[in-house]
Design a protein around this ligand. Structure first.
Ligand SMILES: *Cc1c(COP(=O)(O)O)cnc(C)c1O
Length: 399
């Protein structure tokens, strides 16, 4: 059991137990597996009951699936228990979660400070906020002095990835949260790479934790989903009104997939991180690589911080091939087990060439700033035997 704070009835359960049981709502049939309530609406006993529910609905009362659904509620409560927040709101995708978390809290004239090293679509959302009159200041997420000078009295929020995509930079959450809270700002963390398994984000000061559940929570690359975790007041009074009227709702079927994903997530992610650690060490000293970036290695610039924040190096590795784009493409094309794709957190190991795919549209100088060189590969380690993955990488690099 980790030291994460837990809410209400999950308080006495270890995370793995909560991940199996917490939030389960059984119907009158007492079904064992969580039911999929594949319904958009709910029948009221009377006109008076409908009226009352629109004024205020109880925790087991639903109106319309865009507002909430019993299967989705199970997923929200289970994830909130694991994250250590009072509540959560599930969304159609990780980007619906990022959009919902930020747009619901910001108004024209507000100021947001964000780390520069962000997933491309997150930058799009920040650009959109800027278009509607929100001032955005970008900083190097690993440089506390830049955070300190950018955050000012009245800054609305800070936003960063706890571990960045694809450079695997680690942000000092506790230090940034202290600076943000001193100025009255909310701390919003995109915690996808850290995963809920290795997350201590709330303990370290995050007010809002955002996930793309498409990644490690699903774990099988099947469905898109996302979630926003935070205080009950923020989720119900800020996020819910925004999302229920703008339509970022998750499908009950996807909530059911994610509930099943959460059940096995701890075992999967720990096994994937153990493999990643072994693979990163095996790649060190490979003559065809100019850089092996893994937060679990001693030579990672934020290694100590990563260990303190996550207790592990995670499931992602970045490798830089010495020969640039041509050598990188040749190696990709020789891989037999590891698949070329752009998801991550999947049971299948996946390799991505960020410079020509996920981060293709960034200007060259920004790519250079973020370490997205033509030879950089992003590896998401899956559940295969790590010795097969090491052999696959070695033959692909040597070829
Ligand atoms: C994938 C990803 C997202 C977006 O999630 P989707 O489910 O694809 O919408 C956001 N942030 C990070 C860090 C991601 O890796």
């Amino acid at each position: 059991m980790t030291g994460k704070p837990k809410i209400s009835d999950a308080k006495n359960l270890c995370p793995r137990t909560a991940a199996v049981h917490h939030g389960t709502r059984r119907s009158q049939y007492g079904e064992m597996s969580e039911a999929i309530f594949m319904t958009q609406g709910f029948v009221y006993d009377s006109a008076e009951q409908a009226e009352a529910r629109f004024i205020e609905s109880g925790s087991d009362e639903f109106i319309y699936a865009r507002y909430g659904n019993p299967t989705s509620r199970m997923f929200e409560e289970r994830l909130a228990a694991l994250e250590g927040t009072e509540d959560a709101f599930a969304t159609a995708s990780g980007m619906a979660a990022v959009n919902g978390a930020l747009f619901s809290m910001c108004a024209p004239g507000d100021h947001v400070v964000a780390a520069r090293a962000l997933f491309g679509s997150c930058i799009y959302v920040l650009d959109l906020l800027a278009k509607f009159g929100v001032e955005i200041t970008y900083v190097d997420g690993t440089d506390l002095s830049q955070w300190a000078s950018a955050i000012r009295d009245g800054t609305k929020a800070v936003f960063f990835e706890s571990v960045s995509n694809p450079g695997l930079e680690v942000t000092d959450m506790q230090a940034v949260a202290r600076l943000a809270h001193d100025a009255g700002a909310m701390v919003v963390v995109d915690n996808v790479f850290a995963t809920p398994v290795f997350s201590r984000a709330v303990e370290l000061g995050a007010d809002v934790v955002v996930y793309s559940a498409t990644k490690h929570i699903d774990g099988g690359g099947r469905a898109l989903a996302g979630a926003i975790c935070g205080s009950r007041d923020y989720i119900r009074n800020t996020v819910e009104p925004y999302l229920k009227h703008t339509g970022g709702a998750i499908s009950p079927f996807h909530s059911w997939i994610m509930l099943n994903g959460l059940t096995t997530m701890d075992l999967r992610v720990r096994a994937q991180a153990e493999s990643a650690d072994r693979i990163a060490r095996a790649m060190q000293g490979n003559p065809y690589l100019s850089r092996v970036v893994y937060p679990g290695l001693d030579d990672h610039p934020q290694h100590a911080l990563a260990m303190q924040q996550m207790g592990a190096g995670g499931t992602m590795i970045a490798l830089e091939i010495a020969g640039g784009k041509d050598a990188a493409f040749a190696a990709l094309n020789r891989l037999r087990v590891i698949k070329i794709s752009n998801n991550l957190g999947d049971a299948k190991s996946i390799v991505t060439h960020p410079a020509t795919t996920t981060h293709q549209r960034l200007p060259d100088e920004v790519k250079a700033q973020l370490g997205i060189s033509p030879g950089l590969l992003r590896l998401s380690i899956g559940l295969e035997d790590p010795s097969d993955l090491i052999a696959d990488l070695e033959q692909a690099l040597a070829g």
